[in-house]
Design a protein around this ligand. Structure first.
Ligand code: SF4
Length: 265
């Protein structure tokens, strides 16, 4: 048991993750989240603070160490959720212990939390879910103001931590080229960005909401078209700036066109 006897409320642990951070990783999903994102696909973890498995930092690190031989140069542990920043004391102790044991650490987060300054000293990569960059859009999506996200990002930048940026793309909400161009400008001002990903919204969590008796607020929204999402990702990563648009087949004349989707050529 750690000196502070701090225990984490852990929803689950996945032992072989390939997408949530560099290399092969153990993913620790923490219970609870202060946000209420319209598209949350883990409402069972995020919207409830009930006790799942209570674990000490030592128990977590001992479990992670069993997989250390698979990590190679890049792999390690990722704390995800829910929102791991909701349990800052536990996170601080666990991250410290990870670093003492030579384990690479990543934090998969919305950036909404408190008391994160010290724990960030033990984080190698922050995987930041950028819900929106405008306060009104952010509030519509998450139910919260954007200020805490902005404060967190400032600290991450100050500490020069490697940054992965993610945004979930939802039809009718943020699947416009205008949004992508604004996101691109936003990212261009950030330092230490190692990866940028757009994730297509899906509705596979609907049955979970039904089972939990929670209203699924995007019931009229279709899953994001993956091809279109890839096009937007290309736009986001392209070298050109504001006036960059996606080449696609024009629905009117069935030919390639360089204008945006909503034009009539
Ligand atoms: S931040 Fe993540 S876990 Fe929390 S409500 Fe939003 S999508 Fe769900």
């Amino acid at each position: 048991m750690s000196k502070k006897e701090v225990l984490g409320n852990v929803a689950s642990i996945e032992t072989t993750g390939f997408v949530d951070g560099p290399g092969i990783r153990v993913i620790v999903f923490m219970q609870g989240c202060p946000l209420r994102c319209l598209y949350c696909h883990n409402p069972d973890i995020a919207f409830f603070n009930d006790e799942k498995t209570l674990m000490s930092p030592e128990q977590i690190v001992n479990k992670v160490l069993r997989y250390k031989s698979y990590f190679g140069k890049e792999g390690g542990v990722t704390f995800s959720g829910g929102e791991p920043l909701k349990q800052p004391e536990f996170l601080l102790e666990t991250l410290k212990l990870c670093k003492l044991n030579g384990i690479n650490t990543a934090l998969d987060t919305s950036g909404v939390g408190e008391n994160f300054e010290e724990l960030l000293n033990y984080v190698d990569t922050v995987i930041l879910d950028v819900k929106a960059i405008d306060n009104d859009d952010y509030k519509k999506l998450t139910g919260l103001e954007i200020d805490r996200f902005n404060n967190f990002l400032k600290s991450v930048q100050k500490k020069k931590i490697d940054l992965w940026i993610r945004q979930v793309i939802v039809p009718g909400i943020n699947d416009t080229e205008e949004n992508i161009i604004n996101l691109k400008k936003f990212i261009s001002k950030l330092k230490n960005v190692k990866k940028v990903e757009l994730l297509p919204y899906h509705d596979m969590a609907k049955p979970k909401y039904e089972k939990l008796g929670i209203e699924y607020r995007l019931k009229d929204t279709k899953p994001m078209d993956k091809v279109r999402c890839n096009q937007l990702q290309k736009l986001l990563l392209s070298d050109n700036n504001e006036d960059n648009t996606i080449t696609q087949t024009c629905k009117v004349k069935n030919k390639k066109c360089n204008k945006s989707t909503t034009h009539a050529c």
